[in-house]
Design a protein around this ligand. Structure first.
Ligand code: ZN
Length: 159
């Protein structure tokens, strides 16, 4: 049921946690992002940046700057205490780039927990929500998603 972390990126995650002790001493966390091609991108949490700079978003920005795509796993670790899953703001950013990304988070002496972006952010707003339905120009209907469907389109003439 519980699997150990894959050993190869653990050293990179540990080294990035050491950086996080300097960049976010109150809450040192680090993240690595693993791509389908085997690339591993790492970033520490950065405190004092506005509005916030969670390790999850830092590693996404780093991967984007390095033009690494095809992300399959985001792993976060805390230097002390639990790491916790990504916050809502990070989940939104992750959803926009990789809605099916797998997530792992852990802390010292803790069993890694796992989920996915899609599981933690059900009904998320994403790029597909901006796609205009072919038969409707009513923006609200496309943002409301599949649950409201075409019903809004039939009311279009009354607005
Ligand atoms: Zn966050």
């Amino acid at each position: 049921m519980t699997r150990a972390l894959h050993p190869e990126p653990v050293a990179l995650l540990t080294a990035t946690l050491a950086r996080a002790r300097r960049t976010a001493p109150a809450r040192p966390r680090a993240a690595i992002l693993i791509s389908r091609s085997g690339r591993v991108i790492a970033a520490p949490e950065v405190a004092g940046a506005a509005p916030s700079a969670c390790a999850e978003r830092m590693v996404v920005y780093e991967a984007r700057m390095q033009r690494v795509s095809g992300w399959t796993l985001l792993r976060t670790a805390a230097a002390r205490g639990p790491s916790g899953p990504p916050c809502g703001a990070c989940l939104q950013v992750l959803f926009e780039f990789a809605p099916d990304l797998n997530l792992e988070w852990t802390g010292p002496g803790r069993v890694p927990e796992r989920s996915s972006v899609r599981a933690l952010l059900p009904g998320a707003f994403g790029p597909s929500a901006l796609a205009e339905p072919a038969s409707s120009t009513h923006r609200r209907s496309s943002l409301a998603g599949a649950s409201r469907g075409r019903r809004s389109a039939t009311k279009r003439g009354t607005a």
